[in-house]
Design a protein around this ligand. Structure first.
Ligand code: SAH
Length: 335
């Protein structure tokens, strides 16, 4: 603005229209002079994530597939629950980690998202329906946020700051397999952002079987970094039958959670992410959770949401691309 010989306050006006009260195009920013609006739309149009597919689940969960300017596709999932609306956002297109149960891992790594593409997932939803503005954000969509730290670092500021989206730091959770340099960088931020660790196993041998990252960042080191975080962490634990759901697993999980004062989030395995793995039954999940609770651990068993809309990490993109490649064949099979 200064370069154009315009007053500096114009810059804050533009920033406001990106995040605080978003607009789809500068033409809508009627507080600006008409000539400036036209010039802005010509010289630097408001960027967008193009809404490709929106799926509504019977349970209220809504899944968005966004098309990026280079044709990549990413997903967000909006999960309403009482007065809370949690948005699960992506930090990368695809993912390099290849966890055995995860659909995103199967498609491999495509690229890092920019800060705008990360925070823009929230922005587009507000643009579509302002009442849908999320109250909580979780980095549990596609990708590993701490392998894209430089962009996630900026996106966290946009999500949190009052001249950004203004979502409280305690309501923003970064979920990671345990990328040590990223955990250290996140720990340095002064805000109370939350950290969730995708643990899924209680020994190195067991974790190696389902999460190849264990070769690079071992469980013991991840737990030490989580201790150094000095804020309460959450363990994510996806329940896979015959793999990590025995009583001995529960007892080891108790010891780890106790050591860190961690909260445990039990996730039922979403079958779409892993056709070759068997989800632990609801009865066995209850038993496992009960065993943790009886030993004084705080446990939440997550309901599997959006089962009818492929809402597990990465599934919608896989599904849409499969259908678009072989429309006739998949129509028959999916009925
Ligand atoms: N890379 C980050 C964030 C993305 S995944 C991480 O791993 O934490 C978000 C969560 O969804 C992780 O805990 C992941 O393990 C879990 N997840 C992936 N596929 C799943 C599936 N098929 N069923 C249940 N949870 C799954």
């Amino acid at each position: 603005m200064a370069g154009q010989g315009l007053p500096r306050y114009r810059a804050s006006q533009l920033l406001r229209r990106l995040w605080v009260s978003p607009i789809g195009a500068w033409a809508e920013a009627t507080e600006l002079p008409a000539a400036l609006r036209a010039e802005l739309d010509r010289a630097m149009p408001v960027p967008h994530l193009h809404s490709d597919v929106v799926q509504q689940s019977a349970d209220g969960t809504r899944k968005y597939l966004w098309r990026l300017s280079d044709g990549e596709a990413i997903e967000s999932v909006l999960i309403p629950s009482g007065s809370r609306r949690t948005l699960c956002i992506s930090s990368q297109a695809g993912c390099a980690l290849r966890c055995s149960f995860c659909a995103t891992g199967r498609m491999g790594y495509r690229r890092n998202l920019t800060p705008f593409e990360i925070a823009g997932q929230v922005r587009e939803i507000i643009l579509q329906t302002p009442e849908d503005k999320p109250t909580n954000i979780v980095f549990m969509g596609m990708g590993e946020p701490l392998l894209n730290w430089s962009a996630v670092d900026v996106a966290l500021s946009i999500l949190n700051q009052p001249d950004g989206l203004g979502i409280g730091a305690r309501h923003i959770t970064v979920s990671t397999v345990g990328i040590l340099p990223g955990m250290q960088a996140l720990a340095k931020r002064p805000e109370q952002f939350r950290l969730a660790i995708s643990l899924h196993a209680t020994t190195t041998a067991q974790r190696l079987g389902i999460m190849p990252i264990e070769k690079k960042y071992e469980l013991a080191g991840v737990l030490r970094a989580a201790e150094a975080f000095r804020k309460r962490v959450t363990f994510e634990y996806v329940m896979i039958a015959g793999t990590n759901d025995a009583d001995a697993d529960a007892d080891r999980l108790v010891a780890l959670a106790r050591r860190l004062g961690a909260l445990v989030n039990i996730l039922p395995l979403h079958p779409g992410g892993a056709p070759d793995l068997t989800p632990t039954t609801a009865v066995d999940i209850r038993r496992f959770a009960g065993r943790l609770r009886n030993q004084g651990i705080e446990v939440a068993v997550r309901r599997s949401r959006g089962l009818d809309i492929q809402a597990a990490c990465g599934q919608l993109r896989v599904e849409v691309e499969r259908k678009r490649k072989t429309p006739a064949a998949t129509e028959g099979r999916s009925s």
